[in-house]
Design a protein around this ligand. Sequence first.
Ligand SMILES: Cc1ncc(COP(=O)(O)O)c(C=O)c1O
Length: 443
Amino acid sequence: MGTTTAGTRLRTEVPGPASRELQARRSAAVAAGVASTLPVFITRGGDGLLVDVDGNELIDLGSGIAVTGVGNPAPAVVDAVREQVERFTHTCFMITPYEGYVTVCEELNRLTPGDHEKRSALFNSGAEAVENAVKIARYATGRPAVVVLDHAYHGRTNLTMALTAKNMPYKHRFGPFAGEVYRVPTSYPFRDPDGMTGEQAAARATTQIDKLVGASNVAAVVVEPIQGEGGFVVPAPGFLPALAAWCAEAGALFVADEIQTGFCRTGAWFAVDHEQVVPDLVTTAKGIAGGLPLGGVTGRVEIMDAVHPGGLGGTYGGNPVACAAALAAIGTMRSADLPAAARRIEQTALPRLRDLAARVPAIGDVRGRGAMLAIEFVRPGTLDPDPDTTARAAAACHRAGVIVLTCGTYSNVIRLLPPLVIPPALLDEGLSVLESSIVDTVG
Ligand SMILES: Cc1ncc(COP(=O)(O)O)c(C=O)c1O
């Protein structure tokens, strides 16, 4: 792959003719409800680059939505997967078990916060992990209610749609949704009243729970430590600890959904580590397995083991190939110290994004942790979200060959999720293209 600037990484317009041809075939074969941010068809990956069918090299600041942090493909993952598929591809852990599943659970029990005794169970996706965390929490507590936050995203299955906040595109016309789900305000420093502390935001949430749900009815409060799809919302310090303390007092379980934030993304193994919060249950997926589908629920032994044998599982959950990939990915995170790599990405990118905000009046806020960073667009001088400007800025980045994603309840946030192994020069190059695309389009 070349080492030129993004302009010369592109051989055609984006998308190019070969991608457009495939897009036509796709439209005739693939359901329209499955959309793509950028309709370029990929043939090959690299550490921070994706090569498309027209030979364009795109700088990847999205990692397939926070999945390929260890590389795409990561050499250790390739070797582990190859070795596993040559031995066997599937038995179903519920029929005849295998060691890889056990080893992944041991790793999850070791790596997730807290030194209490834990157990884990494996599934296929993030949504499935969240669903199972709710099943386990209800079973263990004997309570029905699940509390979630404004701007939350937990998936697209029926129960997780109920937990997810945003209507379009996730929920519109897909109801009715699962019951006993209650939504309360979160901590969103950019949009909360000036000076509202994390503790005050938590009190605002827990007062509502007390009044509207009743603490003794609550099985679980499910929280993304940094909200992902909802806008990369980093709560004010003190919010997560106060919510966890309320749960402990109420006998409700504090469930950290670390599906987007986990596995080194925010500069720590898990985002709750930044505030020393120890959840009762942690859900994981995305970055855990270097691109293969795997999700997990990890938690206190007495909670996880409450469920009767046979109550949890699924045909493919903890598939041996996905487990082999996860063990290799986790090995790479350890040996390459990817939490430190994420912190270095923050040190490079955040000051540059702040400079950009100073130059572009439509940027209302820049925030994030580690390699999970965001730019929120507003009408200059107000808090009014500006989704049109956001869409134009993202489209300009795409045309210039940089993959960025948007997010936010108001669709007014560009988020950056570079691979943790992105070479520093490529990150610099991607940021330069992003800056000039945004300045030229909306500055
Ligand atoms: C915080 C969070 N929870 C759950 C999910 C759902 O994961 P999946 O798409 O693997 O079902 C996501 C996906 O974006 C997520 O970010």
